[in-house]
Design a protein around this ligand. Sequence first.
Ligand code: FRU
Length: 339
Amino acid sequence: MKIHTRLNLFGLAMMAFAGGCSKNESPAPDKTQPAASASSQTTGAKKHKGTPDDPYVIGMSQCNLGEPWRAQMNDDIRKAAEKHPNLKVIFKDAQNDSLVQRSQLEEFVNQGVDVVLISPKEAAPLTEPVAKAFHGGIPVIVLDRALLKEEYTSFIGADNVKIGREAGKWVAETLGGKGNIVELKGLMTSVPGQDRHRGFLEGLDLKAHPGIKIVFEADMQWLEPNARKEMESALARQPKVDVVYAHNDPGAHGAYLAAKQVGREKQMKFVGIDALPQEGVQYVKEGILSVTFQYPTGGAEAVDMALKVLAGETVPKKVTLATKVFTHDNAAAGGQAIP
Ligand code: FRU
């Protein structure tokens, strides 16, 4: 108990030194989520003083850097951390390999980082390594892709079931009760892929809309080239496709390119998720996608939270980020928030 109090006081002093972190408050933490109990949280045995001469070290393991959304997350982390001279971030790129990502966690532990951030590729292979680091006393903040157990300090991400459900409702309304859908799924060993699929089916409500059919579905593993290939197969088999629902914008764009190649892109609407300004939102403005749903990276929020954890503050076990919808009508005005 005494130790805990001392850590808190030390942490608060460090917070004051760092100029606090209120600038990076999470935009829309879900207040309905219970806060972590003190016992499920670790402040960790800090390895660094948290001064400009001996900054706190955050280890960030990114599952890959091949997609613009991931580069954006790292940029958001970098920019938020730059505001704090008492913080240093070490970035590692797991190159879309869960085993590599596992060993990166071990390296961070051996290296003596103060906090680990991880955006895991897949749930199953990374659940135990994250739990091990956490139980070993290192605070771990998981970003964007959930794990199978909640043995970490906190999870930050948007609600993928809700995003999928909104996409499903949009498609059902747009089709007016009749039409053929191609669904290009994200990696189905990652939780966002599973949730975006489940939510979509809920929003689509096929029982209430017997004229709507999912005529082709495939796992494109979040990757544009895969989506393009899968869409080529879908088009070869299906003479009539009305909507393509892809679990991310690169997937929707890949599908668009496949349809364009055979001159069919105007016969169908493309729905994506992520809404990066330079990617999905731009596609919407250009009329390539009809709609995209924002999936915020949570990078700035993660840095903010790491500072709080280092200051000995209790943080919520889960932070749910808000989402927005972008259509041709509202994209220029910055999209519309989904309550
Ligand atoms: C990037 C990405 C995003 C997607 C997220 C889901 O790797 O595929 O496009 O929204 O991961 O975890």
